[in-house]
Design a protein around this ligand. Structure first.
Ligand SMILES: N[C@@H](CCC(=O)N[C@@H](CS)C(=O)NCC(=O)O)C(=O)O
Length: 234
């Protein structure tokens, strides 16, 4: 059994998709980040970095319970555990390269683009420009790579596509103000349309829907999500 620590945001969505693709048995543990539940010590024991997603595999290596945190680590761990969606062994260098490109580039720059366009105080034009343009540049790199390809690695559906889907599915949020945010990236659009047509996507989108998560970005939420913006007095 997998305990899946979840919040309805892009990085947990990648893991929801993998779990639904494979049918691994799992249960959801909602963590409401706008209420600060990611900072509770019980959750920090699962992810010392205090972010979602994280999992506990009650049947980890050696039959012992194992925690895994960070979406890419979880995708790799579960793909190796199940032997599914890793692609061909000869394509492992490509798989690792694209997974890390998504984990350290496209994802974080998309996240910062969202932060500065939707959450930060207005007037930070330099930051908006920097992160929006860098998100776009990462989209462009992926779009170029996808020219003439059906999927990111080896022309079969892998965890790299699931990882990309997490953020690209929220492109309208990342590329604020674009009526058709993927229009400039036709190869990404084709990939996302193919992924979205998979039955597991509808199930992944439904994950956590029976839980009411806080949506207000009030003072409590800002302090919970961005604690380093509120240093304690010396
Ligand atoms: N590198 C991490 C990033 C995780 C992350 O930033 N998660 C967000 C949700 S998508 C989160 O937990 N935000 C709440 C917070 O930062 O307190 C991953 O890929 O899992």
């Amino acid at each position: 059994m997998i305990r899946f620590y979840f919040h309805p945001t892009p990085n947990p969505a990648k893991v929801a998709l993998f779990l639904e693709e494979t049918g691994l048995p799992y249960e959801i543990v909602p963590v409401d980040t706008r209420k600060g539940e990611q900072h509770l010590s019980a959750f920090r024991a699962v992810n010392p970095n205090g972010k979602l997603p994280a999992i506990v595999d009650t049947d980890g290596p050696g039959g012992r319970e194992a925690r895994v945190f960070d979406s890419t680590a979880i995708l790799l761990y579960l793909a190796e555990k199940t032997g599914k969606f890793l692609g061909a062994p000869d394509d492992r260098p490509e798989l690792l390269s694209w997974l890390l490109f998504l984990a350290s580039g496209l994802g974080p720059f998309s996240g910062q683009a969202v932060h500065f366009q939707h959450m930060a105080p207005e007037g930070l034009a330099y930051a908006v420009n920097r992160f929006r343009r860098e998100a776009e540049r990462h989209f462009q790199v992926l779009d170029e790579h996808l020219k003439g390809r059906d999927f990111i690695v080896g022309n079969i559906y892998t965890i790299a596509d699931m990882s990309a889907w997490g953020w690209l599915d929220r492109a309208a949020f990342v590329l604020k103000g674009e009526a058709d945010p993927l229009a400039a990236y036709p190869n990404i659009k084709r990939l996302i349309d193919v992924v979205n047509a998979r039955p597991a996507v509808a199930r992944a989108r439904a994950v956590g829907k029976d839980h009411v998560f806080k949506t207000d970005n009030d003072e409590e939420a800002k302090r919970a999500l961005f604690p380093s913006n509120y240093p304690t007095a010396a």
